[in-house]
Design a protein around this ligand. Structure first.
Ligand code: NAD
Length: 292
């Protein structure tokens, strides 16, 4: 049994922390949101009064926060001032530069932080089948792997610190582009007289198949667990997807990479979020496509 501090018990962090508890670890958690804390406590988690106390309680400290600003804040104000010796892992999706800066702050305090963003959605978090993309040293990767193995099914060491985030934003740029394509196709299919289930049966087994269809189909019916069946309650919010697309376009510029479809996806998600839809699941973009 390992003592684990877990900060950020939201859509992803809560089910990830619960899998660590189920595996027999003692998890002490904190979140600013009282509902999240209550669900965590009900499932057997130890609740900390603040982020510093959660961090202090762990030999392993995991963060699963919205974006780079929160990760930087929690590390500089709560984790690094109160923890002397722990294995640090940030599983949030943030920009490469912030990941490397926070890791440098941790190194100055004598600890290593792995950047370990995930893919697989809330379903993957619940099932313990996430993909982890991990940046950091060989030794820290080996030390952290048993915990990733509990929360995930595919664990990839992508290189030095920051490389996990680099792989993650490439993945999410593909996801945003493919979800928009799927939304266009399912809207057009319906207007041409092909019902959604029939189109799903074909595309999910043909060359158009992708995660946005097979696991997360944005129309009600074909994939019962997808957010389309629950009025697009998130899952993965449109605001988070816009954050990741902005990260991808910053990275495209800094790496001198042409990204015409990534750029268009950023514009479409920006319009969708500006229209007041940021808290819906990102797959709800089909509503905007259908309304045009
Ligand atoms: P979320 O908003 O549901 O959860 C984030 C949690 O962090 C919230 O409960 C919030 O209250 C808490 N929080 C914010 N600031 C805090 C602070 N200072 N101290 C303590 N708690 C704080 O978001 P999520 O969907 O769980 O996503 C978390 C991260 O995982 C994001 O970076 C996201 O991009 C990434 N991600 C999400 C998904 C998904 O499908 N939801 C998939 C892969 C990656």
């Amino acid at each position: 049994m390992t003592a684990i501090g877990f900060i950020g018990l939201g859509n992803m962090g809560l089910p990830m922390s619960l899998n660590l508890i189920k595996a027999g670890h003692q998890v002490t958690g904190f979140d600013l949101n009282a509902d999240a804390v209550q669900s965590f406590a009900a499932a057997g988690g130890h609740v900390a009064a603040d982020a510093a106390s959660a961090a202090q309680a762990g030999e392993v400290v995991i963060t699963m926060l919205p974006a780079g600003a929160q990760v930087r804040q929690v590390y500089s104000e709560s984790i690094l001032p109160s923890v002397k010796d722990a294995l640090l892992m940030d599983c949030s999706t943030i920009d490469v530069d912030t990941a490397r800066e926070v890791a440098a702050m941790a190194a100055a305090a004598g600890m290593e932080m792995l950047d370990a963003p995930v893919s697989g959605g809330t379903g993957g978090a619940e099932a313990g089948t996430l993909t982890f993309m991990v940046g950091g040293s060989d030794a820290s990767f080996a030390a952290a792997k048993p915990y990733f193995d509990i929360m995930g099914a595919t664990i990839v060491h992508t290189g030095g610190v920051g490389n996990g985030q680099a792989a993650k934003i490439c993945n999410n740029m593909i996801l945003a582009i493919s979800m928009i394509g799927v939304a266009e196709a399912f809207t057009m299919g319906e207007r041409l007289g092909v019902d959604a289930q029939t189109l799903f049966d074909i595309t999910s087994t043909s060359s158009g198949q992708c995660w946005a269809i097979n696991t997360y189909c944005p129309v009600p019916g074909p994939v019962p667990g997808s957010p389309a069946n629950r009025d697009f309650k998130a899952g993965f919010t449109a605001a988070m997807m816009l954050k990741d697309l902005r990260l991808s376009q910053d990275a495209a510029k800094s790496s001198d990479t042409a990204s015409p479809l990534g750029s268009e996806a950023e514009k479409l998600f920006s319009e969708f979020v500006d229209g007041g839809n940021g808290s819906y699941d990102f797959s709800a973009i089909i509503r905007m496509i259908a309304a045009r």
